[in-house]
Design a protein around this ligand. Sequence first.
Ligand SMILES: Cc1cc2nc3c(=O)[nH]c(=O)nc-3n(C[C@H](O)[C@H](O)[C@H](O)COP(=O)(O)OP(=O)(O)OC[C@H]3O[C@@H](n4cnc5c(N)ncnc54)[C@H](O)[C@@H]3O)c2cc1C
Ligand code: SF4
Length: 509
Amino acid sequence: MVSRLVLVLGDQVSPGLSALQEADKARDLVVMAEVMGEAAYVRHHPKKIAFCLAAMRKFAARLERDGWRVAYTRLDDAENSQSIVGELLRRAEAEGADSVLATEPGEWRLIEALSHAPIKVRQLPDTRFIASHAEFDAWAEGRKSLRMEYFYREMRRKTGLLMEGDDPAGGKWNFDHDNRKPASDDLFREGPLKFDPDETVNAVLDLVERRFPDNFGRLRPFWFATDADQANTALDHFLEHALPCFGDYQDAMLEGDRFLYHAVISPYLNAGLLDPLDICRRAEAEYRAGRAPINAVEGFIRQILGWREYVRGIYYREGPDYPRRNALNHQRKLPDFYWGGETRMNCVAHAVAQTRDEAYAHHIQRLMVTGNFALLAGVNPTELHEWYLAVYADAYEWVEAPNTVGMSQFADGGIIASKPYISSGNYISKMSDYCRGCAYKVTQKTGAGACPFNLLYWGFLDRHRDRFQGNPRMAQMYRTWDRMAADRRAAVLDGAQAILDRLSAGETV
Ligand SMILES: Cc1cc2nc3c(=O)[nH]c(=O)nc-3n(C[C@H](O)[C@H](O)[C@H](O)COP(=O)(O)OP(=O)(O)OC[C@H]3O[C@@H](n4cnc5c(N)ncnc54)[C@H](O)[C@@H]3O)c2cc1C
Ligand code: SF4
């Protein structure tokens, strides 16, 4: 009998992967390939590339231990064709295989490449999620608006997570209202569990150092988990040390603490080293055992059971053009300081420096600092999308694009967000200690030293008045703006324009 190939991609390192479940260990050949086509289509952060290659190498070794035949291509192999389809064709010829079993990739680009490959590829559903495409589409069908909250409640009912019969545990579906505390910088926090590189990781680090010397981001020190055992240990560490405070300080930002009470598990989860339902059940067990409060556990579970599943549903439902949408017609080039160039804005400088060092920033840094600035300044959302896709270790298009294009930039015209996530410096000042060390003054609303977020915020609202003034959730903002004295409004708009002019001229902002 002619054997089949079984494709396992870099973000599919899960033993329960549908393609592996369907395959026949005795006759099929697993194909895994490190290729430049994937490593270089955006300029990924070196830590992201290293994480991915190390996890792949370890997973291939595990499959072999489990009795699979694995054809593994290393990036430097002389015969490497440097593309996924190229490697499938090469292996098919050598093996005499005439078809490929695959699990649906997390990016339209690859789905289409496999669909058009000159060999038969069967793409199976990716069952490592809680909601299937059909379930999401059935929920979305016929609804006027696709708000995450209602989808999330359906997922709670479906899984029984944090349910008491038909009612939500703690009497409420959502405890977000309790979760907006700033953090004080004198608290002792454990931070994420860090792992010393082993032999496999060290070999990958040397390779990445050699092959991607100019990519933005620091490769070392490298401390990510790179196999399922380590990832599970990292999760246990989070559940024990950080989960109880996760809710309270979820939106807080501190100069001296890059991780606060966040889990830092998204690279592991998105690659397949952890399972989303298992994570939620383990978090729920902490609540049931009285070790973590409901606001923390509900908030954490909502991110995974709600947001993560929801953005995936939107990505596949909206189709391949989604990452290039630009509803607000924003055309500004991404400023150089996103790639480490100089900026006097302390909040942005910190979020970018942390991104460069760790390939990680938490949600509020992504949404309310770098995302907020880009939206207020009118940056082209496709350029910004490519930046987020490149710089974060957890970034795969199915999860990154809806967060960037939809949630953060309103470039999908309001499918995900009911209003743009914009704020003046006041929000950043309330939730962080960044403003204390900033060259700008957050309390200053006009003039040379005024916080750019203050100026650009009103500039944005003024520029997009036609689109947003009828939005009931924004009526208060427009009322405040309209109540301001005319000369003050003129001074604010002049200040906003001056910032935009400086950005256009490539001057430091
Ligand atoms: C502009 C922008 C881009 C983003 N890009 C990505 C991305 O490429 N990949 C990614 O996994 N997340 C992305 N997010 C969501 C979120 O910022 C990260 O999931 C989170 O910061 C990961 O860190 P953590 O593991 O410490 O998360 P925690 O804060 O500890 O949350 C726990 C888990 O919940 C899930 N989660 C939380 N928020 C979201 C969300 N909005 N969408 C999907 N899952 C969520 C993640 O799996 C995360 O690991 C983005 C958010 C924004 C605003
Ligand atoms: S003053 Fe403005 S630019 Fe400076 S850190 Fe605060 S919010 Fe950011």
